[in-house]
Ligand binder design. Structure first.
Ligand code: ZN
Length: 248
């Protein structure tokens, strides 16, 4: 009996050592590549966090999504660090910048999607694509803030305010018909305009992503009549007019 206890104790010490090693290697991995946590169970509480736009983050977005003519104060933006699961079930780290008004909501939505194993392929800053929406969408990247004015106006767009979020963009394209000509963004998203077809990452009314965003007060671009934006969730105009009354 004593011998058995000794063996069990040795085993326990060995296991503890092994766990400590495993933890150390996960930390190392986080620090070195900052992208993918391939092994170990990530600490969800620490992984889902909100911070202000530090100098280090600002350097990454300045002149890109935070354009030189950006009228939105840097203080109105928040950086989110999250986890997400891809179609293969692999966990990845993600980064997103949104307006402070919706930071908690978006963090909560992304946490719930992660916990439900809802597949999201990539959540990277659009700055990694030179703030080029088309490149980001062709890569099926999910993102939010990218400063711009609405064409031919002095009004900042909802993405420009960080108050709109796009999810799994390649499989949920934007489309509009102008003078009989169909526009699709990204252009490579054309095969996914058939919303009756079955394919991965598709957002529809049965979708968890749709349910969570709308529960948090967002509107879905897939419900619009004059155009469709299946990837897009945004804060309604009435709230934005309240938060940014001078944005006219
Ligand atoms: Zn959008």
């Amino acid at each position: 009996m004593k011998r058995l206890i000794r063996i069990l104790t040795i085993l326990r010490v060995m296991t503890m050592g092994f766990c400590a090693l495993a933890e150390e290697s996960t930390d190392m991995q986080d620090m070195t590549n900052g992208k993918t946590t391939e092994s170990g169970t990530p600490n969800t509480e620490d992984a889902f966090r909100i911070s202000e736009i530090t100098d280090e983050i600002f350097e990454r977005i300045q002149g890109k999504s935070f354009k030189d003519d950006c009228t939105l104060p840097r203080e109105d933006l928040r950086y989110l660090h999250v986890l997400h699961v891809d179609l293969q079930g692999e966990t990845h780290e993600g980064e997103m910048i949104v307006n402070y008004h919706i930071a908690e909501d978006v963090l909560d939505i992304l946490r719930q999607l992660y916990e439900a194993n809802y597949p999201i392929e990539r959540i990277r800053l659009v700055d990694e694509y030179g703030a080029d929406d088309e490149l980001s969408m062709e890569d099926n990247n999910s993102s939010a803030f990218n400063f711009r004015f609405i064409s031919h106006t002095t009004r900042v767009s909802k993405h420009g305010l960080g108050l709109a979020v796009d999810i799994n963009t390649l499989y949920n394209p934007y489309t509009k018909t102008v003078d009989g000509e169909r526009i699709v963004e990204p252009i490579t998203g054309e095969p996914y305009l058939d919303r009756e077809a079955d394919f991965p990452y598709k957002i529809d009314h049965e979708d968890l992503c749709f349910r969570l965003f709308t529960e948090h007060g967002f509107e879905w671009g897939g419900d619009w009549e004059d155009r469709k934006d299946y990837q897009h969730f945004e804060i309604p105009n009435a709230l934005i007019e309240e938060w940014y009354p001078s944005n006219k």
